[in-house]
Design a protein around this ligand. Structure first.
Ligand code: HEC
Ligand code: HEC
Ligand code: HEC
Ligand code: HEC
Ligand code: HEC
Length: 215
């Protein structure tokens, strides 16, 4: 009987398997690399050089976010505080704490602490904190319940779709100025009326055209 398939095809399943495995490996590699938290972002929690706790300082001690993030209302960048800000208290409090060694070194040498950036969008997209704060979007909406975080974790994707979801309909996310840094904020029963009034008064109109965020 004539062979329909030539002999070499016996090796075909093996070849196919190798191709699939190699290709599969590449695909797995792709998701491992781009899908790791730094790229899908949500849940990203880098190790910081100092074991600083927002839960302690902003939560239990009740410090205002703007005491340390001084730029947040006035410009694009919220800013991470210089060692000086920490030493306002730590020249007096916990002066021999091991956990504060890096801070004392930085203070003595003048070399800034290398905090690791958590939330980051690519350079080709433009973000500015100040108009968001002025419009009435709270820190919590984009950064989560920071007052309860021992370590800062990224909680929102910061993707284009995420930005646009709010830009198309900001009303549910607007608060009075006094509630900007409040955590676990519960919108009032009249949120819709409040937001409509605020949008009108402040002429709030988030950009949805490409050039609004890609400048
Ligand atoms: C005593 C100073 C201090 C106070 C008060 C403070 N922070 Fe911070 N914050 C820091 C420092 C230092 C870092 C950098 C280290 C880290 O990420 O934990 C930081 C980091 C952050 C980050 C992450 C920045 C990034 O890299 O993406 C966010 C978000 C943030 N703070 C929000 C807040 C909010 C919201 C409040 C108020 C509820 C607040 N912080 C209060 C000192 C402070
Ligand atoms: C307004 C005052 C104040 C400022 C400003 C401040 N802290 Fe503190 N911090 C405290 C107090 C009070 C404690 C101690 C609470 C306690 O008794 O356990 C503390 C505790 C700590 C601890 C834990 C020390 C230990 O041994 O348990 C670290 C780490 C720390 N702070 C880091 C920082 C850093 C970093 C900054 C600057 C970004 C900073 N603090 C700014 C008041 C402050
Ligand atoms: C509308 C969403 C939004 C709100 C509201 C918001 N942030 Fe941010 N935040 C971001 C985004 C997006 C980034 C990353 C920006 C980038 O990479 O250019 C960021 C970055 C940061 C950073 C690190 C980089 C920097 O700018 O210094 C800190 C600190 C921070 N935010 C603190 C705060 C605090 C404190 C508040 C409230 C007073 C706040 N943010 C409110 C979206 C927001
Ligand atoms: C929860 C709601 C919300 C989210 C999330 C949000 N925005 Fe906005 N954005 C606003 C509001 C409200 C304004 C203010 C519009 C005004 O006052 O006219 C605004 C304004 C802006 C502006 C115009 C500022 C100016 O100076 O003209 C830019 C640019 C912008 N947002 C970029 C972004 C980017 C990029 C992201 C995502 C990384 C983002 N926003 C996420 C609500 C949001
Ligand atoms: C509200 C702000 C905003 C607007 C408006 C906006 N973008 Fe983006 N865009 C972003 C952000 C933020 C990123 C980065 C997303 C990330 O890192 O995941 C991005 C990413 C992109 C990318 C890279 C690929 C991707 O999806 O991550 C392209 C391409 C892009 N935008 C095109 C556009 C075009 C075309 C428009 C107009 C139809 C537009 N954008 C409007 C904020 C915006």
């Amino acid at each position: 009987m004539a062979q329909i398939f030539p002999k070499w095809t016996n090796a075909l399943p093996t070849i196919l398997l190798i191709v699939v495995l190699a290709g599969g490996g590449a695909i797995t590699g792709f998701f491992w690399y781009f899908g790791s938290p730094e790229y899908t972002d949500v849940g990203y929690q880098p190790v910081q050089p100092v074991d600083y706790s927002h839960k302690l300082h902003a939560g239990e001690l009740g410090m205002d976010c703007r005491y340390c993030h001084t730029g947040v209302e006035t410009g694009p960048i919220a800013g991470v505080p210089p060692t000086q800000t920490c030493m306002n208290c730590h020249t007096l409090v916990k002066t021999d704490s091991k956990k504060l060694e890096r801070i004392r070194d930085s203070w003595a040498t003048g070399k800034p602490v290398k905090w690791v950036r958590v939330n980051k969008i690519p350079d080709y997209a433009y973000f500015d904190h100040s108009p968001h704060i002025a419009a009435g979007v709270g820190c919590e909406t984009c950064h989560g319940d920071v007052r309860n975080m021992e370590k800062i974790t990224q909680v929102e994707p910061l993707s284009m779709g995420w930005c646009l979801d709010c830009h198309r309909n900001p009303a549910p996310n607007l608060r009075p100025a006094s509630e900007i840094t409040t955590m676990n904020y519960i919108p009032p029963a009249n949120q819709a009326t409040f937001a409509a009034q605020r949008i009108k008064d402040k002429k709030i109109k988030p950009p949805i055209t490409c050039s609004g965020c890609h400048r």
